[in-house]
Design a binder for this molecule. Structure first.
Ligand SMILES: [Zn+2]
Length: 138
């Protein structure tokens, strides 16, 4: 009986991590696509660096993303690109008393007045900040 439960649990976690990796993989593929398109437009022969801004509330795991990025970039101009990820902390602002405080989750409570009317002011960012390219002859 115990054995069956453990087996199910292991399968469950395997499924979860697979889903997470698929999520990061599809994000990584879109990033590579955007990076390569922009690099080609600028006449690049190689992309040497990519800087991302991924807020801690964006729901993206940076380590998985880096792993998926190198897989997705294989055979493209960005194959040897170094991926740097900046992770802004989550900051919430109370809609009642205006207090600002760090948040690690969307459904935060104001530490000042216990209000649940919280606006997220930072931490949801997800964008490509810069791309470093090399042009022909470099
Ligand atoms: Zn408050």
């Amino acid at each position: 009986m115990l054995e069956i439960v453990m087996a199910n649990r292991a399968g469950f976690w395997k499924q979860i991590s697979f889903t997470i990796v698929m999520h990061e993989m599809s994000i990584a593929m879109s990033i590579v696509e955007a990076v390569v398109a922009n690099a080609q437009k600028e006449g690049a022969v190689r992309v040497s660096g990519v800087e991302l801004l991924v807020g801690k509330l964006a729901g993206i795991e940076p380590e998985s993303l880096k792993f998926c990025f190198s897989a997705a970039a294989k055979g493209t101009l960005a194959e040897e690109a170094l991926l740097a990820v900046e992770e802004p902390e989550g900051v919430g602002e109370c809609g009642e008393c205006g207090m600002r405080f760090p948040v690690t989750f969307y459904y935060a409570e104001c530490p000042g007045c216990r209000s649940l009317r919280i606006n997220i002011v930072s931490g949801e960012e997800f964008l490509i900040q810069s791309i470093t390219i090399e042009e022909e002859g470099e």
